[in-house]
Design a protein around this ligand. Structure first.
Ligand SMILES: Cc1ncc(COP(=O)(O)O)c(C=O)c1O
Length: 443
């Protein structure tokens, strides 16, 4: 990784607490356990279970919410030392909740454990996580090499907003063409290689280890959006430097929260909080601690939820293909990256909870979605993903509408592509009967 990209003098984050706190002995035990366990295991479920468990102020099994915007000190000198970076959250010294907040930091530690990174910090949205980390890693004149198949908002950020607002430019590549990726990296100018582990919406699987090797040989930092595949794939365990998430999706699971996270080296996370140069500190896309609390209650069952999303997606994709539909799903053996995903995915989770059906035309796609929602109640016509109900959208005219026709064609987004985020409510057979009922009405 490019060493100079995020040097910072601010003390690094660890799970150590301020000495003299009442639970000091327990804290030190928990901190050691956290540090050794989460870093060594390859299994995100094991790492999450080994992460330090924060108890509530009165012995509650759930942590208390630290809702304060600002924090008091006992001596005036402490304030000066906190602002000078001598005392920080690693020792339980907090300044102001746009900077580190204890409850948000606790969720962030869980995110770091899940992704196998040294540190993490949570943000107000997935887009703020993506924009903040890219702004931290790239200065004006910097260059990004990015996959052509990205969420439409990220594509627009790189294509339109960054060049206009801060002269950061991007070359888009076919992430499966490793020679092309290598060719587009301009040594010394390219700061970041950016891609989605499983891409939105066409479900291209990135060869994370090979892409990291190419980037690292040229001193480029690898940032991977793992929104589509939490628990399924761990990009940082495969070599990526930074993992970003839209927590709004699977990690939340309730379609009721907008949130994001940056998981990576402590040095990077600390640099993003730097009082003079930090993108999180100075742009301020802060997560509310009450939201962080809610999310920390949902992360422990993310693995169970992912297994059911993935299981149902595989069953439906297999059955839909048998019915003669044009199905895109990396769990199917005919998917071009099926073997790759199998080789990089964690065992027992499956191949992701998103599948696509290409209906050929937007008209047919709309007709199918209309029947699936309004005739048989298979799912809802809505963007987003990771909800317990099935969500369906026609990507070309919705979440990828930021891309022009050529960009969509290059990304493989056909006008009739229906993206389905498979839910787990009801029984599998009940939902399948609803799908068949709607399909029968198509003709
Ligand atoms: C892959 C991916 N990354 C990032 C985002 C942006 O996340 P948020 O809506 O939480 O800002 C999305 C949103 O749809 C997404 O699908």
């Amino acid at each position: 990784m490019a060493e100079t990209a995020f040097n910072s003098d601010v003390s690094t984050i660890s799970a150590k607490k301020r000495s003299g706190s009442s639970d000091d002995q327990w804290d030190q035990f928990a901190a050691k356990k956290h540090q050794s366990a989460s870093n060594k295991t390859d299994d995100p479920a094991v790492a999450l279970a080994n992460a330090r468990h924060e108890f509530g102020e009165h012995g509650g099994v759930n942590m208390s919410i630290e809702a304060s915007a600002t924090f008091t000190v006992m001596e005036p000198e402490t304030m000066r030392r906190m602002f000078a970076g001598e005392l920080g959250p690693d020792r339980d010294f907090f300044i102001y909740s746009r900077h580190f907040n204890p409850t948000v930091l606790n969720l962030s530690r869980l995110m770091a454990a899940m992704e196998g990174t040294e540190a993490a910090y949570c943000t107000a949205s997935g887009m703020s996580a993506i924009s903040s980390v890219l702004l931290q890693l790239c200065s004006s004149g910097g260059h990004v090499v990015a996959s052509r198949t990205l969420y439409g908002g990220t594509h627009a950020l790189l294509t339109h907003f960054f060049p206009r607002a801060c002269n950061i430019t991007t070359s888009f590549v076919d992430i499966g063409d490793l020679e092309m990726v290598e060719r587009e990296i301009v040594q010394g100018k390219t700061k970041v290689l950016y891609f989605e582990a499983i891409s939105n919406p066409v479900l291209t699987v990135a060869n994370v280890p090979e892409l990291c090797r190419i980037a690292h040989d040229k001193g480029v930092t690898v940032v991977v959006d793992n929104t589509f595949a939490p628990m399924v794939v761990s990009p940082a365990r495969l070599g990526a430097d930074v993992v970003v998430h839209s927590i709004s999706k699977y990690i939340s699971g309730g379609a009721d929260i907008i949130a994001g996270a940056v998981c990576g080296p402590a040095k990077l996370v600390n640099s993003m909080m730097d009082l003079h140069q930090g993108s999180l500190m100075l742009l301020g896309p802060t997560m509310n601690p009450k939201v962080a609390f809610e999310l920390s209650e949902r992360l422990p069952h993310l693995g169970l939820r992912m297994k059911e999303h993935c299981h149902r997606a595989l069953v439906y994709a297999t059955r839909m293909k048998k019915l003669g539909l044009k199905v895109i799903y990396p769990g199917l053996e005919d998917h071009p990256e099926h073997a790759l995903l199998k080789s990089i995915a964690h065992k027992d989770y499956g191949y992701g909870g998103i599948m696509c059906v290409d209906m050929g035309t937007e008209e047919k796609a709309n007709k199918l979605m209309n029947l699936l929602q309004n005739c048989s109640q298979f799912g809802f016509m809505a963007v987003s993903l990771g909800y317990y109900e099935t969500l369906m959208s026609c990507s070309g005219s919705s979440t990828s509408s930021e891309m022009n026709e050529d960009e969509k064609a290059l990304a493989g987004i056909s006008p009739g592509l229906v993206r389905m985020s498979i839910g787990y409510s009801g029984t599998l057979e009940q939902r399948w009967a609803q799908f068949e009922k709607a399909l029968a009405r198509m003709s």
